[in-house]
Design a protein. Structure first.
Length: 331
């Protein structure tokens, strides 16, 4: 049956319908992508606006140049030395995140390799579910567990480290005692457990994308299971492992409640020993946000939040550059 004169042919009607749907879809995904940028920019603008009175009073870099946090010494008028030094919080954030990464990344890679290359089929799925379930535990539960279970379990090891390594040359200040329980070390251990499921899940997916032919070829040439993993799996997964570690680091840098409960919240100065109490950028905000009654106290907490946002953005940007460079090297 021929179409009537002047009426659109069927394929034109289909193309017109698809064109309208594609236009709606294109604008919808563009709006979603733009929303992410808008939220990020709005958050940054809000923090800068709220922190501006303190930044104008003391200067941007003065916060990083001091490790003395003394809100009671702040005055509403006049130029005085900045009593809101945050160097100890930056240090605490870096130390706890580093401890968490050193402990979590090797374990996550090993667990992922076991689940993808060694575990039998009947065990692979339930064990993967149990690992992923760690991410569903609320952070406050991790905090309670750290206080009442982890600290008593770690205390003998902490005392031993302070007695044996606390007086050693070079590394002695890192393990100086006494060890009371709440410390950078315990906070790093809790963070390591919290970021473990994130890194494990991503590494597991990365290892699953390695071509089966590459692994079977290595085994056919006489390679052992470990040699196959070393030659066929790990080189192809290097960028994915790096990306997983960066995402885990981002979670460790911003974690608040669990760290606040087990780190000791020492805000007076930098404690160089990982066995001593300290504070992080997020924990000081959580502790003092409702008690910020001194001049420029709340605004200085906004400065801490702004620097925390900057650090998070820098970490993610550097991580993406490393992933890209690693991927190019493999290709």
């Amino acid at each position: 049956m021929n179409p009537l004169p002047g009426s659109p042919t069927p394929w034109r009607r289909v193309r017109a319908r698809r064109g309208g749907t594609d236009t709606v879809f294109r604008y919808a995904v563009r709006s979603a992508a733009a929303m992410v940028i808008v939220v990020l920019v709005a958050t940054a603008v809000f923090l800068v606006q709220q922190a501006w009175p303190a930044l104008h009073q003391y200067g941007i870099l003065s916060y990083l140049g001091s490790d003395r946090w003394a809100p009671s010494e702040a005055t509403a008028t006049g130029r005085h030395p900045n009593p809101y030094g945050i160097a100890q919080f930056v240090y605490g954030t870096a130390v706890t995140s580093l401890i968490a990464m050193v402990l979590a990344v090797p374990v996550a890679v090993a667990v992922s390799l076991y689940l993808t290359e060694i575990a039998p089929g009947w065990l692979r799925r339930p064990l993967s579910g149990l690992v992923d379930l760690l991410a569903a535990i609320p952070s406050v539960v991790y905090g309670f567990w750290g206080i009442f279970a982890l600290i008593p379990a770690v205390r003998p090891a902490g005392v031993w480290l302070s007695r044996t390594l606390g007086t050693a040359p070079v590394i002695g200040p890192l393990f100086a005692g006494p060890f009371f329980g709440v410390s950078y070390l315990v906070a790093g251990l809790v963070l390591a457990i919290m970021i473990l499921p994130i890194i494990t899940a991503i590494c597991r997916e990365v290892f699953a994308t390695v071509p089966t032919a590459d692994k079977e070829s290595a085994l056919a040439l006489g390679a052992t299971r470990w040699e196959m993993v070393r030659m066929a799996v790990l080189p192809r997964s290097r960028s994915g492992i790096t990306g997983a570690a960066v995402l885990g680091l981002g979670r460790a840098v911003g974690e608040t409640i669990a760290v606040t409960m087990v780190i000791g919240n020492n805000v007076l100065s930098i404690t160089t020993s990982i066995l001593g109490p300290g504070s992080t950028m997020s924990s000081v905000i959580a502790n003092e946000f409702t008690e910020s009654t001194e001049p420029f106290h709340l605004q200085s907490l906004m400065v801490v939040g702004a620097w925390l946002l900057v650090i998070a953005l820098v970490v993610n940007t550097v991580g993406k550059l490393i992933v890209r460079r690693t991927g190019e090297d493999i290709a």
